[in-house]
Design a binder for this molecule. Structure first.
Ligand SMILES: Nc1nc2c(c(=O)[nH]1)N[C@H]1C(S)=C(S)[C@@H](COP(=O)(O)O)O[C@H]1N2
Ligand SMILES: [Mo]
Length: 214
């Protein structure tokens, strides 16, 4: 064997070993990380209504209105000027796949709450998207430090497939509660059901309770 070849072989061996070792480690701990009825995937599946809206950043706007003291509309530059955070969270889709340890970056929903200041009768939030998708979430569920208007996944801007430029992430609920391509957020005193909720999906959508259907 040429010396170079030997070095390459040795490196491959170490890489292989590391891979096996880390897989074993992940397998052992995954049971506790994965809610009932879910399995882990290592890719990022795409799920939507089959229509992916074309969004030009210059025309992008996110409107926040309803029962708030200070309704506002963010255009792309305004949105870019908001403080950003990064969180690590698991993602559970009701169709049974889960992705562990996603790094999401974006604007915290709690930052938005501080700006718009919901009025006291506001108990529910309705999200609407550029593909006309809707989903509803109680305000107290959105008022959590891991709920984001996300722009990045694992260090990269969200692709159109995954809801870029901005999608909602609510890690403690099934994935359908997080609207891709979000365009409007309305605060209300009544719970208006969204696209999947009117079609029989659970209103609470708690992965750890296996809470899929209403
Ligand atoms: N606008 C919009 N948001 C959506 C959906 C959709 O069809 N349209 N599907 C939901 C569902 S069921 C899931 S599991 C996730 C999927 O996100 P992904 O395609 O990035 O995996 O987006 C959610 N948000
Ligand atoms: Mo989903």
């Amino acid at each position: 064997m040429e010396p170079n070849e030997r070095i390459v072989k040795a490196k491959q061996h170490v890489a292989q070993h590391r891979r096996e070792f880390s897989c074993r480690e992940v397998d052992e701990s995954q049971d506790e990380r994965v809610p009932p009825g879910q399995h882990v995937v290592n890719n990022f599946p795409v799920l939507d209504l089959g229509f992916k809206p074309e969004i030009v950043l210059d025309e992008w706007a996110l409107a926040i209105d309803g029962l708030v003291a200070n309704p506002l509309t963010w255009h792309w530059e305004d949105f870019q000027g908001q403080p950003q955070v990064q969180i690590t969270a698991d993602f559970h889709c009701v169709t049974s796949w889960s992705m562990l340890d996603n790094e999401w970056r974006g604007v915290q929903f709690q930052h938005l709450l501080a700006l718009v200041r919901p009025l006291s009768p506001a108990k529910f939030v309705l999200f609407e998207s550029f593909d006309d998708y809707t989903t509803n979430v109680p305000l107290e569920v959105c008022d959590d430090d891991d709920v984001l208007l996300a722009t990045h996944w694992n260090g990269r801007p969200l692709t159109k497939d995954h809801g870029g430029p901005v999608r909602v992430i609510i890690p403690k609920r099934y994935g359908w509660k997080g609207a891709k391509w979000v365009k409007k957020i309305t605060f209300s005193d009544r719970d208006q059901k969204g696209f999947w909720e009117v079609r029989g999906y659970s209103n609470t959508a708690l992965p750890w309770n296996n809470d899929r259907y209403g």
